[in-house]
Write a protein of this length. Structure first.
Length: 404
């Protein structure tokens, strides 16, 4: 804090010093201008008479008198024919700062003529020297004054404010939830004034009472909140499970959809690749299903697909993955199954479909394509062979099982 106070005081001192020096400098310049006017009004007439009379001695005396002025550094008089004669005193700098030139005029028979001229160089060095001396004195005075004022303000602030703020800081650090609340009291006299510190202390006590009240409320309701969170977490978990199931379930048949089948494919293909276990795929659809939709409508067609899916699940094994591949096409993924056994499963499914009586439609048939996993197979290549086998079953008259 002392550094900040000193910094502010120093800035203020510099500003005050600058203003004071500025006005002092302006006053010196005004005195210099008055001195030049005095010379012009009181000494130029005598110089003009001496120049008219070519009185060099008189010119010298008056010029030396001008040169002794504290405001004059030097002067030069020009007189005679074409002002060719010169007399100088001191240090003259005709082109220097604030150099002043006056013509020497004399009244000759009622006519004013110029008989010469004078150039005066003001003593700017003394003027600047006085300014520098003032700067040193004023800065030293302001520095001592600022230091004394800053230390006094610091001591006063420390005694009246900082000490009590430190007490408040220690009180805030002592706060612990659940600990008995003890109001903060300023360590002052027996009759402290009702000032800003008292208001601040009362506000601090009020804030801590509110904190303790809030803490007690939190403790009372913590168990209820925990139970509520546990319940909502369980509901959220169940909702996630339901959403996950919906994401991989075909809405019409309740079987796995394309997404669910792709996940199963990835897992079973990886196991078959690593462990060398057999894996087979059965691809099937309802024969002439488009005619069912065209003749009886899509609602009847959807009913046929639901019954068809139920037959596939019923005739399949518990380890098999049965899903809707798209449209009227269904896939049965048979883990740990070779082509021969998969063909038997497909044949059982085909026979059950052929024997089933579908509402409205009556009886219909289905065709099946079977393909077994080969080393290096992907989902696409395995399904492609099953699809080719299904195509051959269709071409061979439908209602049959073909192997790929």
């Amino acid at each position: 804090m002392l550094v900040w106070i000193l910094a502010i005081s120093a800035v203020m001192a510099v500003m005050a010093t600058s203003v004071q020096l500025f006005f002092d400098y302006r006053r010196d310049l005004s005195d210099l201008e008055q001195a030049m006017r005095y010379i012009e009004e009181n000494q130029l007439p005598g110089l003009a008479d001496a120049a008219w009379n070519f009185n060099a001695a008189g010119l010298r005396v008056q010029l030396d008198g001008i040169g002794h002025s504290p405001w004059v550094a030097g002067a030069m008089v020009r007189y005679g024919p074409n002002q060719s004669a010169e007399l100088t005193t001191g240090v003259i700098d005709p082109g220097g700062e604030r150099a002043v030139e006056f013509p020497l005029r004399r009244d000759v028979g009622g006519k004013v003529v110029v008989v010469g001229g004078i150039t005066i160089s003001p003593n700017m060095r003394d003027l600047y020297g006085r300014t520098v001396n003032r700067i040193a004195v004023v800065l030293a005075t302001q520095a001592v004054k600022s230091l004394v004022i800053s230390i006094s303000i610091l001591l006063l602030t420390s005694g009246m404010i900082t000490r009590h703020m430190t007490q408040m800081a220690e009180f805030t650090k002592s706060f612990e939830p659940g600990k008995d609340f003890t109001p903060f009291t300023l360590r002052r006299g027996p009759h402290p004034p009702q000032d800003e510190l008292t208001v601040l202390a009362d506000g601090l006590n009020d804030a801590y009472r509110r904190l303790f009240t809030a803490h007690e409320f939190e403790v009372r309701h913590n168990e209820r909140l925990s139970e509520e969170v546990a319940l909502r977490t369980q509901e959220l978990h169940q909702a996630h499970q339901a959403l996950a199931k919906i994401a991989v379930t075909d809405k019409l048949t309740g079987l796995l959809n394309r997404l669910g089948l792709e996940d199963a494919f990835a897992a079973e293909l990886a196991q078959a690749e690593r462990q060398g276990k057999p894996l087979a795929v059965i691809l099937t659809d309802v024969d002439k299903f488009k005619q069912v939709n065209d003749r009886h409508g899509h609602q009847v067609g959807d009913s046929v697909l639901r019954d068809f899916a139920a037959i596939l699940v019923r005739e399949g094994r518990s380890a098999d993955f049965v899903g809707r591949w798209g449209g009227e096409e269904f896939i049965i993924l048979c883990p740990d199954t070779d082509e021969e056994r998969a063909a038997l499963v497909a044949e059982r499914m085909r026979a059950s479909v052929a024997a089933h009586v579908f509402p409205v439609v009556g009886t219909t048939t289905s065709s099946f394509g079977v393909a077994a996993f080969r080393l290096g197979d992907t989902e696409a290549s395995l399904v492609k062979r099953a699809d080719d086998a299904l195509y051959r079953a269709k071409e061979s008259g439908r209602n049959r099982v073909a192997r790929g």
